[in-house]
Design a protein around this ligand. Structure first.
Ligand code: AHR
Length: 711
């Protein structure tokens, strides 16, 4: 690998952009040039260079990719109030109420007992109708609205039972009810129950149907399809209502509503978001986290076993980002999502450290966690003769999933007890003993945390590095991998992003990302995998009944209940993967202009008085079968910059090339839910290409040139 030469920067002309001196080659300065050496094949580009990272954050699944539309479907999101639910009374003379039942597993009041469906569905919602002068029911507001689209069929299902009143105490010594006795009301519950998707004021019904509630004191699941008419205007200002016009006590649980899903999976994903991901052509999906893997406490780690099987057996769990995940997106759903994208799973297993700082010591105490991880791996890749492979087959996927990488934990550099060395080795030894073909990834990067890295046993084969930076930091560090030791572990950049813009990133962040990615691409023999994070954000700000949807600013893909859009960073990600060869082309750069970087507090403390960073970034790869060259160049400044491009070691190049550009007029230009395509790639044909040609880069732009050498 040739070193970059940011040499000979004769800075003749400087001007101010946003208060920062940008120094450009002046009249007498030498021209900026990039020389691509095609005389011999360069190092191979890792075939898994670009993938995705995901976790339940920012309502990535519930209220995001996972297509379920009902918020709080098993009533466990909040112990004190039926979050997302409200009472519907169409007539002022109606007398009715709703109540959350049996919310505390430690103490269930006497009169709230006997309503569990099973251990997972132990909480429910009761609708008491004492007087039904008109329609009475329960409404769900969805995840910041229910999306209504024309000619669309929605699968609705719910458990319901209707009774007159609860049974009186059987024995005199039983505790007295803590709440006022239920009204004595006629048991009129059997009969039609109306189910509808309607406007929030109830005046417009978009789709409706009925089920016939049987006379029974037992839970029963009812299912129906609701279909909208062709002329319906798309809206998210809608709610889901289950209603009656008869008095009685009605109990509800596991209320579900699914729109059409990607690949028609019954417990599947939103089609628009899936399409955006499929378009990125990711090679792998890192899941289930992130912090979501670890949980706040050791007992909150991703409970993969209770995310399997029918929804009836999924209680959900605490989560790591302030809301309770339904776990509708369970282990099998992660795997099927991966499959639907044509990607490979990169499974992170819980390694005995959680966010609060507690850890489980290596040794006998950790063994159950290691065993649990082995079982999880068996669920993913075991054949159907194994216990967990058979379970996967029973869950509907007999074919084992391809698996190569296992990540042991997440960000274990936070564990300052120095326990990771022992924990990692215990996991690695067990995983390799059972699955010698698997590669274990350490979450502590040598370069970032030399004092706490894994030192026992052989060095980890792969290290996961995480970088959340601003664009200056990205520009300053874009060359960091140029000097990494090629004889050490491979690098997985398992989380990274330029954090500018909210909720999704802006153009400046995309320029930071692109610069950083050129660095990864120039070193794509060392960087075997990388994935941006976080991937998703529900962009809803708070409402009277629902909190702000996101916890983390600067995300890749934004959406509400109805629409979705890609940030400028999304398009950069997509293009970098789309235009990628299989061999690195060594590039020599000359006279790359630099700009002054404002000093940070740390710089000043370290006695640094001035700092410059390049203004142009670049990488080139070639597909050695087709001879197509992919040259990527980033201009981070407000001015056009001309680059001379020399192709050495080839005799001919097609005079026409394809140019794809992402650009904007100012750094904080961005896409939003209401202005989703302000910054998108534009592709054109450029002419006059020769083995030596010049290209002027637009201000604030990422340019990708596809050159045909006609090999
Ligand atoms: O991507 C957001 C969070 O950043 C991840 O959950 C965690 O791994 C990292 O600290």
């Amino acid at each position: 690998m040739k070193k970059n030469k940011f040499t000979g920067n004769i800075l003749q002309a400087c001007f101010l952009v946003f208060g920062v001196a940008v120094c450009m080659p002046g009249l007498h300065a030498q021209k900026t040039s990039l020389t691509l050496d095609l005389s011999k094949p360069g190092a191979a580009v890792s075939p898994m260079l670009y993938g995705l990272m995901t976790e339940e954050i920012n309502h990535s699944y519930d209220g995001g990719l996972y297509a379920e539309l009902i918020r709080n479907r098993i009533f466990k999101d909040n112990k004190t109030t039926p979050e997302g639910w409200s009472l519907v009374k169409d007539n002022a003379a109606d007398s009715a109420a709703i109540k959350l039942m049996a919310t505390s597993e430690e103490h269930i009041p006497y009169d709230e007992r006997n309503h569990a469906i099973n251990g997972a569905l132990s909480t429910c919602l009761r609708l008491t109708v004492e007087k039904a002068a008109g329609r009475v029911g329960i409404a769900n507001e969805g995840y910041w609205g229910i999306p209504v689209k024309p000619s669309t069929s929605y699968r609705a299902s719910f458990y319901i039972k209707g009774t007159a009143r609860t049974e009186p105490p059987r024995w005199p010594w039983e505790p007295k009810p803590t709440t006022p006795p239920l009204p004595e009301i006629a048991n009129n519950t059997p009969g039609p129950i109306t189910v509808s998707i309607e406007s929030n004021d109830g005046k417009t019904v978009y789709a409706t149907g009925t089920i016939n509630l049987e006379k029974s004191i037992y839970w029963k699941k009812y299912e129906l399809t609701l279909t909208t008419a062709a002329g319906v205007q798309p809206t998210k200002d809608a709610r889901f209502v289950i209603s009656t016009d008869r008095v009685g006590l009605y109990y509800f649980n596991l209320v579900s509503l699914f729109p059409p899903t990607y690949n028609n999976r019954s417990n599947g994903n939103r089609t628009d978001l899936m399409q955006m991901l499929v378009d990125m052509k990711p090679k792998f999906l890192r899941f289930p986290g992130g912090n979501f893997l670890e949980g706040p406490l050791i007992t909150d780690a991703f409970p993969w076993k209770t995310t399997l099987g029918p929804l009836e057996s999924r209680p959900g769990h605490k989560g790591s980002w302030g809301y309770r995940p339904s776990d509708g997106m369970g282990l099998l759903e992660f795997l099927e999502w991966t499959e639907d994208m044509g990607a490979e799973p990169l499974l992170a297993v819980y390694a005995g450290y959680s966010l609060s700082g507690d850890h489980v010591d290596a040794g006998p105490l950790l063994k159950p966690y290691v065993d649990d991880a082995l079982e999880e791996i068996e669920y993913v890749m075991g054949d159907t003769t194994t216990y967990w492979g058979a379970k996967r087959a029973a869950d509907g996927h007999p074919e084992p999933f391809k698996l190569k990488y296992i990540e042991i934990g997440n960000e274990d550099w936070f564990d300052r007890s120095n326990s990771y060395d022992g924990r990692f080795n215990q996991f690695r030894t067990a995983v390799e003993a059972k699955y010698p073909q698997l590669i274990c990834i350490s979450t502590i990067a040598d370069a970032q945390y030399p004092q706490i890295k894994v030192t026992s046993g052989k060095p980890p084969a792969v290290l996961d590095e995480h970088y959340y930076r601003n664009s200056w930091d990205m520009w300053e560090n874009a060359s960091q991998y140029d000097t990494y030791d090629r004889n050490g572990p491979k690098i997985f950049v398992g989380e990274w992003a330029t954090r500018e813009g909210a909720p999704t990133t802006n153009l400046n962040a995309a320029l930071g990302d692109a610069a950083w990615m050129t660095g990864m691409e120039r070193n794509a023999d060392l960087i075997i995998m990388s994935c941006y994070a976080p991937l998703f954000v529900n962009v809803n700000t708070g409402t009277a009944t629902a909190p702000k949807a996101w916890q983390w600013d600067s995300d890749l893909i934004g959406y509400d209940a109805l629409n979705s859009y890609g940030s400028p960073s999304y398009y950069v990600q997509k293009l970098f993967n789309q235009y990628l060869g299989n061999k690195i082309i060594p590039v020599t750069a000359q006279n790359i202009p630099v700009q002054n970087r404002p000093l940070t507090k740390k710089d000043s403390a370290d006695g640094i008085t001035s700092k410059t960073v390049p203004t142009i970034f670049y990488a080139a790869t070639i597909n050695d079968t087709t001879g197509t060259i992919y040259l990527k160049m980033v201009n981070t400044t407000a001015k056009k910059q001309t680059v001379k491009i020399n192709l050495t070691g080839i005799e001919k190049v097609s005079p026409e090339a394809t140019l794809t550009v992402v650009k904007g007029s100012k750094p904080d230009d961005t896409n939003t839910i209401t202005d989703p395509v302000k910054i998108v790639p534009v592709t054109s044909t450029i002419k006059g290409i020769k083995p030596a040609f010049s290209r002027t880069l637009d201000p604030y732009s990422v340019s990708i040139i596809e050159l045909k050498t006609g090999k």
